[in-house]
Design a protein around this ligand. Structure first.
Ligand code: HMG
Ligand code: MG
Length: 314
């Protein structure tokens, strides 16, 4: 990654749409991806091979991937765009292999209650499920990203001990993930906690392998991202317009809005590779598709556009 820049991983198609009442068809989801990529997005989590009984919004991911690859083949999407899909178990991994994706993401929780609610098994069981997934990834040369959820708090258990999160970060790292995204699933983290936890995780996982995944439930996500940036983190997960949340995390709203993060970093002279105006132009289209306004901030008003000097009467 170039100096003075950060990488943005767009979550809108997965973490975003997985929590929407309106289920979007494959063509609309691919058009969403195309618009994001047109705005400069280079990494897109495009869907999830999870159970459609559990998350109906992600059904059709196979078709979405296939159509996106079609656009890539015909040159409408740059070849270098990286697509990833979320995979919970071996069954999902088989679907991922069949779809031809070159990157997947596995996910585990830092609290037992959330693990049970989200994937119907204990934390230990989830790591056992990753073993065949990692073996298949190696065999098929598929990159694996890892998520840890509820790192800063659990909707069922409340506080999550830092030591447990650090241990699980180390365990996920040892599995062989190329990047570990540290998740504030319910948007409960604060700046002090972010500094403290990342300082500890950095001791067991190289900071260049870490990413920050902040939901914006309490309006703390930008501050938390800045704190993670100060700790050396350079990869952040964001969702256009702040779309979404997790259906199994009661009370959680969407990821931090991509536009808000881009606005902040560009203001600091840090490159994201994204075009803010083009991102904002996607918002009304997406709002219409999901049939409600996005929880946007920068996306709603845009960057400063002076109305023109007011004549001063002498
Ligand atoms: P289960 O019901 O315990 O699964 O669900 P099972 O192994 O008992 O199998 C039951 C049936 O599901 C079987 O079918 C399986 O074949 C099928 P049947 O024999 O009855 O016809 N099945 C599957 N079908 C499709 N895809 C699969 C799959 N696996 C089994 N992969 C399971 C366990 C993990 C599948 C389920 O709990 C699940 O899909 N959970 C996913 C929940 C989810 O997607 N949550 C949101 C994403 S995580 C998140 O948002 C957090 C994150 O953003 C980070 C953060 O914010 O912290 C990443
Ligand atoms: Mg999330």
């Amino acid at each position: 990654m170039a100096k003075n820049s950060v990488a943005i991983v767009e979550m809108g198609l997965r973490d975003g749409l997985q929590n929407e009442k309106v289920v979007l068809d494959a063509d609309t989801r691919v058009e969403f991806a195309r618009r994001l990529i047109e705005a400069g997005t280079k990494r897109v989590e495009i869907g999830a091979f999870v159970s459609p009984q559990w998350v109906p919004q992600m059904a059709g991911t196979k078709e979405v991937v296939s159509k996106a690859f079609g656009l890539q083949k015909s040159g409408q999407i740059p070849k270098k765009t990286e697509f990833s899909v979320l995979v919970p178990n071996e069954r999902g991994m088989q679907d991922a292999i069949a779809s031809g994706v070159k990157e997947i993401a596995i996910f585990a929780a830092c609290s037992e209650s959330f693990s049970q609610k989200n994937i119907n098994c204990s934390i230990d069981e989830s790591f056992k499920r990753f073993e065949p997934v990692m073996a298949l990834a190696k065999k098929h040369k598929i990159k694996v990203r890892g998520y840890l959820s509820t790192c800063f708090g659990c909707p069922f258990e409340g506080k999550v001990p830092e030591a447990r999160v650090v241990k699980l970060a180390q365990r996920m790292h040892k599995l062989g993930v190329y990047e570990l995204s540290v998740g504030d699933t319910i948007g409960v983290a604060n700046v002090g906690q972010v500094h403290s936890l990342f300082k500890k995780i950095k001791k067991v996982v190289p900071v260049k392998k870490l990413a920050g995944h902040f939901h914006d439930t309490r309006g703390q996500a930008l501050a938390n991202i800045l704190a993670a940036y100060e700790e050396g983190v350079r990869v952040f997960d964001t969702s256009l317009g702040g779309l979404g949340g997790c259906p199994y995390a009661p009370g959680a709203t969407g990821n931090v809005a991509t536009e808000d993060v881009v606005y902040m970093f560009h203001g600091m002279g840090i490159k994201t590779g994204l075009n803010l105006d083009k991102l904002i132009a996607i918002d009304p289209w997406m709002s219409e598709k999901i049939q409600h306004a996005l929880p946007w901030k920068v996306g709603k008003v845009g960057p400063l556009k002076p109305l023109g000097k007011v004549a001063v009467s002498k």
